[in-house]
Ligand binder design. Structure first.
Ligand SMILES: *Cc1c(COP(=O)(O)O)cnc(C)c1O
Length: 358
């Protein structure tokens, strides 16, 4: 792919590389853009100074929400290499999301190359303190100016980068989760498996409700019976019950997380059984009460692993593992983050080394 480069004339002042980085607060000096038109396909790949973009007020994304996105991270190793974690998985998931929303698909090679070239160009924005990384946000949206529902005839693919701090500055700590039994996130035949902004727009009401009640996130139940446990906010959910890890199957309503897939492979390599199956909220609450629920955690790129210390369902509150991070949860977190930032062996060949910019 040919990329046009336009270097910024006004590099920004970088924030200090510590925990105050937070998440998604700062953006780097450049961004990637590429356009799609029916007659030209993907064209005009460019890396340009980061800044506002102009759009027609009738751009279809603003009215009918044809928008999909991805999230992954780049890490700087101790010896100065730059690593991505399984970027081809994000590329393939974006293709599946775009298919569902009838949007132009970004070919896998173009996706990976665009991420790699932008990260290499803004390499000096990758923080190096423990737990920090460069968050990569690729996204695609409909740009055709037309008020009328149909697949857009033009799209833009963009990538922005944000240096982020350790998600939990004080280390991995359990969170309190509210089991949502009124609002639903996804149903079969819907867009639950697609990473699209619309899913999140529809989820905010439940998050606001949970936060008002003192909970960090919601645990979604299936949309038909409000009975089976699906996932947590921006994470897949895993429950360590009686020596086995149980997680919802990816059969249309759950987002197929890259972290989820990686954790399943790790667990199986440690001979810990993993069951991808329907788990009812009643079975889960009973397991918590009888202490057969040993640990629970969420998996996702942003926090990597997030222990769940408390669940509230219909006013009933259960504490998991005395609200402490469990040994298995900690082991998964330590192993995965060590592979991601190049501190440890990579037996699964998950990391992808970014070629330096010349
Ligand atoms: C992105 C996302 C996840 C986690 O996926 P990862 O690839 O592990 O980051 C889980 N659930 C939802 C709803 C998501 O949007």
């Amino acid at each position: 792919m040919e990329i046009r480069y336009e270097k910024t004339l006004n590099p920004k002042q970088k924030p200090s590389w510590d925990d105050a980085l937070g998440f998604g607060k700062y953006y780097t000096d450049h961004m990637f853009m590429m356009d799609w038109a029916q007659d030209k396909g993907w064209h005009d790949a460019r890396i340009v100074p980061y800044g506002p973009i102009t759009m027609d007020p009738a751009a279809m994304v603003l009215h009918y929400a044809q928008e999909t996105f991805e999230g992954l991270k780049a890490y700087k190793t101790r010896d100065g290499k730059v690593l991505l974690f399984r970027p081809e998985m994000n590329a393939r998931r974006l293709i599946n999301s775009n298919k569902r929303l009838c949007m132009a698909e970004v070919p896998e090679e173009i996706f990976v190359e665009a991420v790699e070239k932008l990260v290499a160009f803004d390499e000096d924005w990758i923080p190096t303190a423990p737990g920090t990384s460069l968050y990569i946000r690729p996204f695609v949206f409909a740009t055709e100016a037309a008020v009328g529902v149909h697949p857009s005839t033009s799209y833009r693919f963009m990538i922005v980068l944000s240096p982020v701090g350790a998600y939990y500055p004080e280390g991995v700590n359990p969170v309190k989760i509210y089991v949502e039994d009124e609002y639903v996130r996804a149903t079969k035949g819907g867009t639950g498996f697609a990473k699209c902004g619309g899913n999140y727009a529809a989820s905010i009401a439940a998050q606001v409700k949970a936060q008002k009640l003192g909970y960090t996130q919601v645990l979604w139940l299936d949309g038909v019976h409000r009975k089976y446990v699906e996932e947590v906010g921006t994470m897949n959910a895993m429950f360590y019950i009686n020596g086995k890890v149980v997680t919802a199957p990816c059969d249309g309503t759950v987002l197929p997380g890259v972290t989820r897939d990686s954790v399943i492979q790790l667990l199986r390599s440690w001979n810990i059984p993993v069951e991808e199956r329907y788990l009812s909220i009643d079975e889960l609450m009973e397991a918590a009460q009888s202490n057969t629920l040993q640990e629970a955690f969420g998996t996702g790129t942003a926090a990597v692993i997030s222990p769940i210390g408390e669940l509230c369902y219909k006013g009933e509150v259960v504490t998991i593992n005395d609200f402490k991070t469990g040994a298995l949860t900690q082991r998964i977190y330590d192993t995965l983050t060590a592979i991601q930032c190049g501190e440890d062996e990579d037996p699964f060949n998950w990391t992808y080394e970014v070629a330096k910019a010349n």
